[in-house]
Design a protein around this ligand. Structure first.
Ligand code: SF4
Ligand code: SF4
Length: 58
């Protein structure tokens, strides 16, 4: 699943918009994984992130 580096995340919301499966949300100004089981590992969120704050793990 995807992992957000909170230190790099600027809370822009690009990844939330990019994810077709509603996996991510912004909470307290940072992206968080709210529906990890829905992630299809498509990589769209990673491509959309301007700060390279999203990595794939596992
Ligand atoms: S890899 Fe794809 S499905 Fe998973 S969180 Fe990112 S955009 Fe959503
Ligand atoms: S696109 Fe990157 S910087 Fe923007 S909210 Fe998502 S993880 Fe954070």
């Amino acid at each position: 699943m995807v992992k957000i580096n909170k230190r790099l995340c600027a809370g822009c919301g690009n990844c939330v918009e990019a994810c077709p499966f509603g996996v991510l949300q912004i909470k307290d100004g940072k992206a968080v994984v709210v529906e990890p089981e829905k992630c299809q590992k498509c990589g769209a969120c990673m491509s959309a992130c301007p700060n390279n704050a999203i990595k794939m793990e596992g």
